[in-house]
Ligand binder design. Sequence first.
Ligand SMILES: NC(=O)c1ccc[n+]([C@@H]2O[C@H](COP(=O)([O-])OP(=O)(O)OC[C@H]3O[C@@H](n4cnc5c(N)ncnc54)[C@H](OP(=O)(O)O)[C@@H]3O)[C@@H](O)[C@H]2O)c1
Length: 294
Amino acid sequence: MAVSKTYKLNTGAEIPAVGLGTWQSQPGEVEKAVEAALRAGYRHIDTAFAYGNEKEVGEGIHASGVPREDIWLTTKLDNPWHKRVAEAIDRSLENLGTSYVDLYLMHWPSSTDPDDLKKAYPDWDFVDTWREMQKLVGTGKVRNIGVSNFGIKNLERLLNDPSCKIVPAVNQIELHPSNPSPKLVAYNKAHGIHSSAYSPLGSSNSPLYSNDAINSIAKAKNRTPQQVLLRWGLQKGWSVLPKSITKERVEANWDIFDWSLSDEEMAKIDAIPDRFKVCGDDWLPHKVFFGDDE
Ligand SMILES: NC(=O)c1ccc[n+]([C@@H]2O[C@H](COP(=O)([O-])OP(=O)(O)OC[C@H]3O[C@@H](n4cnc5c(N)ncnc54)[C@H](OP(=O)(O)O)[C@@H]3O)[C@@H](O)[C@H]2O)c1
């Protein structure tokens, strides 16, 4: 049985180091993936209102037989709901069939007009949204609050605003060897914010699976390239959220606790020169990424 691991957040809560990702997991496949993950030992599931699969995620949790209180469940506030935070969390809880989430994230620092998704609100921004999210703490509906897709510039603006009374517990960001974001990770750490890695494998059709450095390390250790990528993330100090709807892959991605990468192997992965980013901001009404981790 693999040994699992957690990271302590600035709230004192312990977030399990590996969570099942569910972006692009369709209804009809995500319930089974969640059930398989929980049966394999995962205790952390990552979803979002925007993925349109919260209901099936809840059904997978129920089908697994694992008690709700043993599971870390994360969901996210969608951009067109920034002015309706109280309503949005109630919707998500209803979809998920639970009375609380362990972590509620602002999915993007982009407050979008629900009547025109190409427009930002002229009179509202993510600092206002965070003020509303802070009100959820203490309602029993969310145990921790955090952000996602925040670069240093937007974090500075949030943390320096007088209305910011709660430092986000987590910043969920894109992290893999081709987007390692060292300045942003260091900024998070210096402010007591845990970094959680989305697209830790490089997402669908990942070019990292054919990378020479990753493959030579995988071969030497008798591991898969995916296990090497996830283990690299754990040793960097962030939680990893691999997505798969394939039972064998879900199980293999969990087997990363009782072995490790040497300093030389870590350095070889750190030295991968190629850069790519899975998630951009050109579909949003605001720019949210400003280059070089900003
Ligand atoms: N906050 C945000 O804005 C944000 C953005 C992106 C992602 N996320 C979160 O992070 C999670 C992970 O990111 P992601 O979905 O972009 O990508 P990912 O986890 O980096 O990669 C998923 C892809 O890898 C494949 N895969 C998984 N394990 C494998 C294995 N052992 N062998 C071969 N292929 C494997 C999956 O295929 P199959 O599923 O077909 O097996 C899928 O195509 C998301 O699901 C979501 O929960 C959050």
